[in-house]
Design a protein around this ligand. Sequence first.
Ligand code: NAD
Length: 503
Amino acid sequence: METLHNYINGALVESLTNRFSPVYNPASGEKIKQVALSTVKDTEDAIASAQDAFAKWSRLSPLKRSRIMFKFKSLLEENSDRLAKLISQEHGKVYSDALGELTRGLEVVEFACGIPHLQKGEHSANVGTGVDSHSLMQPLGVCAGITPFNFPAMVPMWMFPISLATGNTFVLKPSEKDPSLAIEIAKLLSEAGLPDGVFNVVNGDKESVDVLLTDDRVQAVSFVGSTPIAEYIYSTASAHGKRCQALGGAKNHCIVMPDADLDMASNAIMGAAYGAAGERCMALSVVVAVGDETAEQLISRLQNHISKMKVGPGVISEGENDMGPVISQQHKEKIESYIDSGVQQGASLLVDGRELKVADHETGFFVGPTLFDNVSPEMSIYQEEIFGPVLAIVRVSDYDTALELINKHEYGNGTAIFTRDGETARQFSENVQVGMVGINIPIPVPMAFHSFGGWKRSIFGPLNVHGNDGVRFYTRMKTVTSIWPASVRLKQHESSFVMPTLG
Ligand code: NAD
């Protein structure tokens, strides 16, 4: 059986560990690989390799770094079929969704190709007589990324393309549940001409993460994962003087207004709730229907769509399923226990995904699409992130109550409203306490040249990922104010003890 180890200093390196974690094919439930859970020494070796590579890499011109990103982008495109199948095999999502994830990651690589422009800094001539001022956006040094299972390609690509393009070196600690993509990415970066040591992969768990959070050579940590771990990462990295952005969990609501186009809304909600088996931080898990009539009409459309959904393995020889399995047996059981709790706490279970059996895949980790009506805010299926194909309908009588519900929730990652009324949509986008807002768009994931991040307990740290925030996160600004001798000669050489006011 294949064992995945690390990628350090431009080569595959065997870990020193005696701890391993199984990697499954969630569609069959079989163990297909194992991954090394790296030791402290393995992780320190990766950091040392990134530290050694930093001096030379950071001095390379941004244009040369950007050309390597261009080459990497072409290699990603050439290898997209193979990579998407690998994602699908270890994660379970369907092939076209895996290709979609690769595309969204690739768009950040395209953004990073523009780094000579993005890293220019600012310049002001004559801030004082004969005095100029300009800023440098300098790289930080060794940066670390710790990523979740649900986007094994896209989430690392939210981080390292900008980090590398701005002149940093990088150590990635991918999820131990689907670790193959990280190693494949490392190989493609080397093939694209990235110098050895600039990008390293350490497979592992808390043991290696803790080294990344505390080692003095690591300057910045990007994390994406569940909220309790995000809080731990943010507080530990910050206490060790590191810059940190830690993106956490979500409970994304959409409001459906009585004037919404219900065909459009129900189609959109289906993909957003059940795509990738609900294992997306931007998955829509709560619909707030304004008015009973809206709820009834929406539910009948959703039930009709659900009855036609095809659930099965992510890659099949002909056609495609709509939804694959969830990541593990343990996660399947957790989702099913949430469904149990919804029933016990009094929600109306309209479609029960616990009963699903997929022919020839009886041992796969499948949960069918599940729909609850009459969900109320005290229920755990409303309050907690389930991260599975479970959609809750909450009925309210008016828009203000719907907005208040969203604003009171502890998470604030994504949200959407379905309406034909521009004024309501505008009011919603101004007043909702959520970081990413869709108007008749169910999953409003910002493009690579904008920045991605939620509010409230969905993010810790001031800067979002990718876009301009990503460039700011991976650079440190230095502002240079200069005057040249000729001007100095014209002035009297006198010491001044007051705050300089240059004008
Ligand atoms: P997770 O928090 O279990 O794991 C994320 C990473 O942290 C993994 O690399 C894991 O090895 C590491 N880790 C786990 N426990 C740790 C510990 N005790 N100490 C140190 N490191 C630890 O998350 P997951 O199950 O892989 O991913 C799903 C979660 O990620 C969901 O909550 C989802 O909402 C969230 N997510 C958020 C976003 C976002 O942009 N906000 C995007 C994708 C996923």
